[in-house]
Design a protein around this ligand. Structure first.
Ligand code: 5BU
Length: 350
């Protein structure tokens, strides 16, 4: 493979989706989670994903709580967290899911699966983290081949079917108990898996969060979604055009599971492509010098502004980590990124 380390420079907003509003795309999207996310973006006027690259669970949860109102997706690297608590009911993922429902954002575990099909299925659904249980979205590095995507899609489908079945069994058992006048007390697999569900859900064991749920939208659908790592932001990466094209083909083959791409430009090419493009490598110049050039991080990361990524490259969601987390006031900075990202989108569709 020859490296494709140059960032795309030309405009990439010719596809019909680049001119459509997120609300219209929500109506047209066939993937339920894509449709939900686009509605959430419309509701919150936000196309911002926070990359919560911190090292303790408390830092993660506190960032999620304070920046939640500005974002639509929170991206985790759970293996960066030194004290990640794996308990399904009281652990880090369960607590994050409650905050996600309170503020209205999806959880995206940036796991970059990259192994043979059988292994990625196990990594996704089993092991300590059981990512499928708590992450609405995850991603795959397709270097091992399309089988990795097919295998994750199969695991995602199976999980959803099992979950639906468990929920139905759980609901009918509850109804039966109600009819019998008995208290809901049996501990079933349903009860255990329900703890992963977001707050205030008919699926979440009846916990009532009252006012503490984002109004105007229901909880996220059960469907899980995958993003394919089609292009990277890092200098000198080996993701060439041939690889990127294969990612797009694979996405079309698994469009009931693949929501879109991690890429530096929109990859919608065919008329009916409706993929999302989520883009890392995003920073703003300082507020006091908005014309300044944004530079890399000295460790291979390359940055572009929201204006370039959303406005010219057709990205849908900007992914921002240190630009926000390391700011003197992350809440103010997250709001600044939200505004800039949204303005760039409004200009694009105008
Ligand atoms: P930053 O602090 O905004 O540079 O963080 C970017 C995040 O996005 C970080 O978690 C990376 O692992 C992630 N990332 C990226 O920077 N570039 C890529 O091409 C991919 C992921 Br894929």
């Amino acid at each position: 493979m020859s490296p494709n380390n140059e960032h795309p420079t030309s405009s990439n907003t010719h596809h019909v989706t680049a001119r459509q509003s997120y609300a219209l795309r929500a109506e047209k999207a066939t993937h339920p989670l894509t449709s939900y996310l686009l509605r959430l973006m419309t509701l919150k006027s936000s196309n911002l994903c926070l990359s919560a690259d911190v090292s303790t669970a408390n830092q993660l949860l506190s960032l999620a709580n304070s920046l939640g109102p500005a974002i639509v997706v929170l991206k985790t690297h759970y293996d960066l967290i030194s004290n990640w608590d794996y308990n399904p009911s009281t652990g880090t993922a369960a607590r994050l899911a409650r905050i996600a429902r309170r503020h209205g954002f999806l959880i995206f575990e940036d796991r970059k699966f990259g192994d043979i099909g059988n292994t990625v299925q196990l990594q996704y659904t089993e092991g300590t983290a059981r990512i499928v249980e708590w992450a609405n979205i995850t991603n795959v590095n397709m270097v091992p081949g399309k089988a990795a995507v097919d295998a994750l899609a199969e695991a995602g489908r199976k999980w959803r079917e099992r979950k639906r079945y468990e929920l139905n069994v759980g609901l009918s058992a509850d109804r039966q108990r109600e009819r019998d006048g008995r208290k809901a007390s049996i501990v079933s697999i349903t009860t255990v898996s329900q703890h992963f569900e977001p707050a205030n859900s008919p699926r979440s064991g009846g916990e009532d969060f009252g006012e503490e749920v984002l109004r105007g939208i229901e909880e996220a659908p059960l469907e899980r979604g995958l993003l394919i790592l089609a292009q990277m932001s890092s200098k000198g990466n080996f993701m060439n055009k041939e690889y990127t094209d294969a990612c797009v083909e694979s996405a079309r083959e698994n469009s009931d599971f693949v929501m879109g791409f991690i890429a530096q430009e929109s990859l919608n090419r065919q008329e009916d492509d409706q993929f999302l493009c989520m883009t890392p490598g995003c920073q703003l110049p300082p507020a006091e010098d908005e014309d300044a050039e944004v530079k890399g991080d000295g460790k291979g990361q390359q940055y572009n502004t929201p204006q370039k990524l959303i406005g010219q490259m057709g990205a849908d969601i900007i992914i921002v980590g240190r630009g926000i987390i390391k700011a003197a006031d992350p809440i103010i900075e997250a709001e600044r990124y939200r505004q800039k990202g949204w303005e760039a989108y409004e200009e694009r569709i105008a």
